[in-house]
Design a protein around this ligand. Sequence first.
Ligand code: URA
Length: 198
Amino acid sequence: MNTIENLRLRIKEITENYKDEEIGGWITGDGPIPCDILFVGEAPGKTEVEQGRPFVGMAGETFENYLNSIGQSRDKIRITNTCSFRPIKTKEGKTGRVTISNRTPKVSEIKLFKEILDDEIELVNPKLIITLGNIPLKRLTNFKSIGECHGQLYFNQELQRHVFPMYHPSALTYNRNDEFKSMYNKDWLKLKETLKTL
Ligand code: URA
């Protein structure tokens, strides 16, 4: 049966049985079901696993500020991830101190959650899916890169749903130039206009 509790149990089981790479905990999506607006991110980080919710760390703060800036609020949207566990890598420094950091999920790891995300989309039944960054973009569409498609509305035949690709909010931290920021701001304004048409 496709229920949110069933999705939660499947995510837990997949994570507990995964032994190929290092991972650090898991979370589910967050927000109302059904819901007209579904954002899909990459994978949770440390803060997300600690708090059990997607997008509550640094990228989440940026995300929520932009969301509020277009008159939307977090409790009215649903947000989830392409990979439900936290992919990590550990590195031992010269002093023997071990540091843990996030890594991009591998294609095989994204595949583990393919049916989970498909089922979540079906459950949420959104009018619009907003992909955040390249990972959900490549998982859900045939686009090769966010640079070629961001800030526009597409109808995805396979999903039979509208998709609006956006850069991941953390892109703002490594693209600090004004040109990128202004383009990113414009994409949010375009999203605001798009939402009015749904
Ligand atoms: N980045 C993501 O892609 N997902 C999260 O849940 C947090 C940060």
